[in-house]
Design a protein around this ligand. Structure first.
Ligand code: 13P
Length: 250
């Protein structure tokens, strides 16, 4: 049985002191959640977060990982470095990385592979921009991003993978895809995965929705058959809101 997965993407927010504070209020807020709960914190907060979530149901995630095991890559962090800090999940190919840091389908693929090799589960982000949507290219874009991101991965690797569908125009804008739109595009992504790895793997893959998901719309989004979770930005920084989101089924 696959289990829904809701992850908070803290992006570039919170100092170590603020991390401790936020986790202290997150712990009781998510204690009764039935889904898997993950927080993806900035690199500098991983160690503090690891200690603060010990013995709770919150799992630890990072926001990026480099593809090389080590070397001259100033400013980057390797999968082994994350593994040593007990990181279980890592976001790969977020649209902000694609947009501001030149991330390509190929680098996303390489980063996802490095994560899997180290035993860290990549949360691979795909999603169309507003202009791509308006030009009717949504399906083509998400299928290309999915195919390229998974290039060279084996069937067994897919057990470790989570995909997040995040329409770029819905991120941080307060505009959410309707539950139906999100569901339909996720169905297209799943179909692409089925084409690559077969029905069983495609159906078992967890695909999240992300983009202005909040306490109000989580229930409706999560009730859709294709949606297996959420990747939450802004609302993951408020314990009350994140708590309400992960308790969408109550
Ligand atoms: P918001 O929830 O702030 O729209 O961000 C979504 C996101 O980018 C999560 O990765």
């Amino acid at each position: 049985m696959k289990r829904d997965i809701i992850a908070g993407n803290w992006k570039m927010n919170k100092t170590q002191a603020e991390t401790k504070e936020l986790i202290a209020s997150l712990v009781p807020a998510v204690a009764n959640a039935n889904c898997e709960v993950v927080i993806c914190v900035p690199f500098t907060n991983i160690e503090v977060a690891r200690k603060a979530i010990r013995g709770t149901k919150i799992k630890l995630g990072a926001q990026n990982v480099h593809w090389a095991p080590k070397g001259a890559y100033t400013g980057e962090i390797s999968a082994d470095m994350l593994k040593e800090l007990k990181v279980e999940y890592v976001i790969v190919g977020h649209s902000e990385r694609r947009q501001y840091f030149g991330e390509t389908d190929q680098s996303v693929n390489a980063r996802a592979k490095a994560a899997i090799l180290a035993g860290i589960k990549p949360i691979i982000c795909v999603g169309e921009t507003l202009s791509e949507r308006e030009e009717g290219k949504t399906a083509a874009v998400v299928v290309r991003q999915t195919n390229e991101a998974l290039e060279g991965l084996e069937k067994t690797d897919l057990k470790q993978v989570v995909i997040a569908y995040e329409p770029v125009w819905a991120i941080g804008t307060g505009k959410t895809a309707t539950a139906q739109e999100a569901n339909d595009t996720i169905a297209i992504i799943r179909k692409a995965v089925r084409r690559l790895y077969g029905k069983t793997v495609g159906n078992a893959l967890r695909i999240q929705y992300g983009g202005s998901m909040n306490a109000k719309n989580a229930k409706e989004l999560m009730s859709m058959p294709e949606i297996d979770g959420g990747l939450i930005g802004g609302a993951s920084l408020k314990a009350e809101d994140f708590g309400a989101i992960v308790n969408y089924d109550k």
